[in-house]
Design a protein around this ligand. Structure first.
Ligand SMILES: NC(=O)c1ccc[n+]([C@@H]2O[C@H](COP(=O)([O-])OP(=O)(O)OC[C@H]3O[C@@H](n4cnc5c(N)ncnc54)[C@H](O)[C@@H]3O)[C@@H](O)[C@H]2O)c1
Length: 272
């Protein structure tokens, strides 16, 4: 039987985290760096990147960053090439960057929200959410596959959401179909890429306290609505996701692909 440290050994693994300046992505970058991986974070927020990189380096982590919009395919291809040149290969990619879609057609207090109605939806808003939350995952998987095929395999871990599996009235409309598309994309990519030693899985969080939606969950009414759904009485902290992220990146998950890991304090059972 492999020793515990061998099962979770990610030392030296060349790792990319998109949207890793904040929240869940930052937790992925921290746990990988803490366990000896070589991490490059991509994010659109240059000042957030600087802070996160400085904090992880302060704990001895091997981390650097590139400012990139995940929806910009040329910038993403360049950023992947730079990581491959710097690290010699790409082993683990967290396709994590994402944005909220604003309020839904209902408020957390149970009132109708006219601004969230489908008949007044701003088309540019719809397009941007689909671009960042779904199309960018396609781009990230595509570039990962291109690099990983050359080196005999790797791990792609996508941040989806429980919103892929349930419908939520207080969340902006484009968020649910974008994440549902992500779930299907992950399964299809796993079907195609397994033979090349490339594992594709997704993590599907429920509510986590991050900066998404401008830190909407810090607003007491929103927070209370989500806490009430949790079976363990609280929303998630990014620390809660680190173990699952490390597992999926490590030898311990050698027979896992095409899978979707819900991490939501049981909330989905209450909503569904
Ligand atoms: N927090 C939650 O409750 C929750 C629940 C389910 C799923 N998720 C998903 O988790 C992922 C991470 O979100 P989070 O909650 O940590 O939010 P967050 O806002 O704290 O972090 C998201 C990061 O992505 C970056 N980003 C946004 N758009 C980008 C772009 N176009 N290009 C590059 N970087 C970009 C942001 O600058 C930020 O650093 C998202 O995919 C989100 O949909 C979050």
């Amino acid at each position: 039987m492999a020793a515990l440290d061998e099962m979770f050994d990610v030392r030296g693994k060349s790792t990319i985290v998109t949207g890793g300046a904040s929240g869940i992505g930052r937790a992925y970058a921290e746990i990988m760096a803490e366990h000896g991986a070589r991490v490059c974070i991509f994010d659109i927020d240059a000042s957030g990147l600087n802070k996160t990189v400085a904090a992880i380096r302060g704990t001895g982590g091997d981390v650097w960053s590139q400012t990139a919009d995940v929806a910009d395919r040329t910038a993403m291809a360049d950023a992947f090439d730079k990581v491959a040149a710097e690290h010699g290969r790409i082993d683990v990619v967290f396709a994590n960057a994402g944005i909220d879609a604003g309020p839904g057609f209902m408020t957390p207090e149970g009132e109708r929200n006219p601004d969230g109605a489908i008949d007044v939806m701003d088309d540019a808003h719809w397009d941007r959410v689909i671009e960042v939350n779904l199309s960018s995952v396609y781009t990230t998987i595509k570039l990962s596959a291109r690099h990983m095929k050359r080196t005999g395999g790797g791990r792609i871990i996508v941040t989806s959401s429980v919103a892929a599996q349930i419908n939520e009235a207080i969340v902006g409309l484009p968020y649910m179909p974008a994440k549902a598309g992500v779930d299907h994309l992950v399964r299809n990519a796993a079907m195609e890429l397994g033979v090349f030693g490339i594992h594709v899985n997704c993590i599907s969080p429920g509510p986590f306290m991050t900066n998404i939606a401008g830190g909407r969950l810090k607003n007491p009414a929103d927070r209370a609505a989500f806490e009430a759904q949790s079976l363990i009485g609280r929303i998630g902290d990014p620390e809660d996701i680190k173990g699952l992220a490390l597992y999926l990146a490590s030898p311990a998950a050698s027979y896992v692909t095409g899978a979707q890991f819900v991490i939501d304090g049981g909330s989905r059972l209450r909503i569904a």
